[in-house]
Write a protein that binds this ligand. Structure first.
Ligand SMILES: Cc1ncc(C[n+]2csc(CCOP(=O)(O)OP(=O)(O)O)c2C)c(N)n1
Length: 562
């Protein structure tokens, strides 16, 4: 006979049935029954964060690194609203996430009860689905539905709002979520009706003189590395990786070109502008990639491979749209594509390459730091970056060789993401170092999470690129606001003493000759460690496409503002 359980117990069991092992959360009044039940389920490890935003980012990092949905938990009202930035971040970058919030008891909903917010209403535009669980009888199914929706198709966040009295309500446990543990991030195989489009795409690929592949996050989400590589090698077509596509293709490969868009390399953007065919795979051609749309790749036909049909033709006109899972579509496309090469076109692109503009006048350069990191780890690490100038340096200067080893908030551009997300990544990847690289601004947004790392023994290595400014905004002020540095100089605490206060090693690096030793010392420490790099204050990220300009109009040096 089925045993009666409380809603809270049913919630825990349903999570276990979904294969959940890890939750990031923070308790409070409306979620207390759930926290009361939790110790009865030791298979569910709970990581107590210091701010609910960090719970959502940590769950996001865990999901991106493991391929399994991340789970975060918060109480009603302020706990739930603190999750919002993390949920929106996951939504923009298609991370499967299940957020569970406590809600005031059903009878009090709509009465402005203590800590009541309409979190369903708030999160509807930033989730795939948000659901108020109105009765304990619905709870197990609601959990299974949440995981299915978070995983299926284009992944994303789902929120379950569970009133406190539903958590206390009793019901008989029926269990049984058979068949719901579907493998993550997989689409279905290309259906036969795509055949015509595949033939047309293969014909365009065979005939193009200046073709390019633009690989986005979809390659990582669908695990299509091998297929992408095969397509590139069979055709000789150079591969561009977008910010979220970084690490979808080995950077040492002779066909890898680099990153496109606002801070993309000049030769990459020029190649786009001269291309006669762009094969876009698992990307949405967002404005940071295309620059001024009207002037984007005017001479190119576009083949767009995308899981989400609504993306096809949303931003750029598409000649052939192939809707489906990138891996399945590429597999089918490979059957139709013939071997060719693109030697003349590659030589032409090679002639576009410019020497890297270093805006460092002898100070500590990000390039030196990232090279040291690469050497000290032999490339075996995952890097989680925050948002700003350092994010662009981390994207462009580390040579990613292994799949899915670069993690960042690409779509929402959420400062404060790196430190908590890296906790989730480190728990998903216990056998390799995980570095969170932040600016001095973004680091201060979630640096409280060091306490979580210490309490939970999460060995994240944290690097702060300290330039004393909200650097990326300062750069825009320098170029587009006549150097009026309004609200961008930012004070920091003494990070070495700050680390000490948390009982972790802290290092300050001021000169290039200290970099290597400190990086190795931080890596050698068995636990979290903090390294502050004092980089040049007014260094800029080049090249830069001014807002509204086309990819053909890069700013390549300081000369413009001199
Ligand atoms: C939560 C949030 N607030 C504001 C911004 C706008 N913003 C983008 S980059 C940036 C500056 C980042 O400064 P810092 O963290 O010091 O990194 P740096 O650019 O100096 O490398 C700001 C304020 C943002 N992206 N996210």
């Amino acid at each position: 006979m089925a045993e009666p359980l409380t809603g809270a117990q049913i919630l825990c069991r349903a999570l276990l049935e979904e294969g959940v092992e890890l939750l990031f959360g923070y308790p409070g009044g409306a979620i207390m029954p759930f926290y009361h039940a939790l110790p009865e389920y030791p298979g569910l490890r709970h990581v107590l964060v210091r701010h609910e935003q960090a719970a959502a980012h940590a769950a996001d990092g865990y999901a991106r690194a493991s391929g399994q949905p991340g789970v975060c938990v918060a109480t009603s009202g302020p706990g739930a609203t603190n999750l919002v930035t993390g949920i929106a971040t996951a939504h923009m970058d298609n991370t499967p996430l299940v957020a569970i919030t406590g809600q005031v008891p059903r009878a009090m909903i709509g009465r402005d009860a203590f800590q009541e917010t309409d979190i369903i209403g708030i999160t509807q535009p930033i989730t795939k689905h948000s659901r108020l669980v109105e009765d304990v009888e619905e709870l197990a199914d609601a959990v299974h539905e949440a995981f299915a929706v978070a995983r299926e198709g284009r992944p994303g966040p789902v929120l379950l709002d569970v009133p406190k009295d539903v958590q206390n309500q009793k019901a008989e446990w029926g269990g049984g979520a058979e068949g719901r543990n579907a493998p993550p991030f997989r689409g279905s195989a290309a259906p036969p009706q795509l055949q015509f489009a595949l033939v047309e795409a293969a014909r365009l690929i065979g005939r193009a003189e200046r073709p390019l592949i633009m690989a986005g996050h979809g390659i990582i989400l669908s695990d299509a590395y091998a297929e992408l590589r095969e397509l590139a090698e069979r055709t000789g077509i150079p591969v561009i990786t977008t910010l979220l596509g970084i690490s979808a293709f080995p950077e040492s490969h002779p066909l890898h070109l680099g990153m496109p868009g606002m801070h993309g390399e000049v030769h990459v953007n020029r190649a786009i502008q001269q291309a006669d065919l762009i094969i876009g795979i698992g990307l949405r051609f967002d404005d940071r990639v295309t620059g001024n749309l009207a002037a984007f790749a005017r001479g190119a036909k576009v083949i767009h491979i995308e899981l989400d049909a609504s993306e096809i033709g949303k931003n750029v006109p598409v000649t052939v749209g192939l809707v489906g899972d990138a891996r399945a579509i590429l597999g089918a496309l490979l059957e139709a594509v013939e071997r060719r090469h693109c030697d003349a076109w590659r030589a032409e692109i090679e002639s576009f390459v410019r020497p890297r503009v270093e805006s460092f006048k002898g100070g500590l350069s990000p390039e030196g730091i990232l090279v040291a990191l690469e050497e000290a780890t032999a490339g075996r690490c995952t890097i989680v970056s925050d948002v700003g100038q350092h994010q662009m340096w981390v994207a462009k200067l580390f040579r990613y060789q292994r799949p899915n080893t670069h993690i960042t908030s690409g779509g929402l551009g959420t400062m404060g993401f790196a430190v908590p997300a890296a906790m989730g990544v480190a728990l998903a990847r216990p056998n390799e170092p995980v570095w969170a690289i932040s600016g001095d601004g973004g680091f201060q947004m979630n640096m409280q999470e060091i306490a979580t790392m210490v309490q939970e023994r999460i060995p994240v290595k944290m690097a702060i690129f300290n330039n004393g400014y909200l650097g990326m905004v300062r750069q825009w002020q320098q170029f587009f606001h006549g150097r009026r540095y309004s609200a961008t100089p930012i004070w920091s605490p003494d990070y070495v003493r700050f680390a000490e206060a948390y009982g972790i090693p802290g290092f300050r690096v001021e000169r290039a000759d200290q970099v290597d030793g400190v990086v190795r010392a931080a890596l050698a420490h068995d636990g979290p460690a903090l390294v502050e790099f004092l980089i040049e204050q007014e260094a800029n990220v080049f090249p830069m496409i001014p807002p509204g300009a086309s990819l053909s109009e890069p700013i390549e040096s300081e000369a413009v503002t001199a």
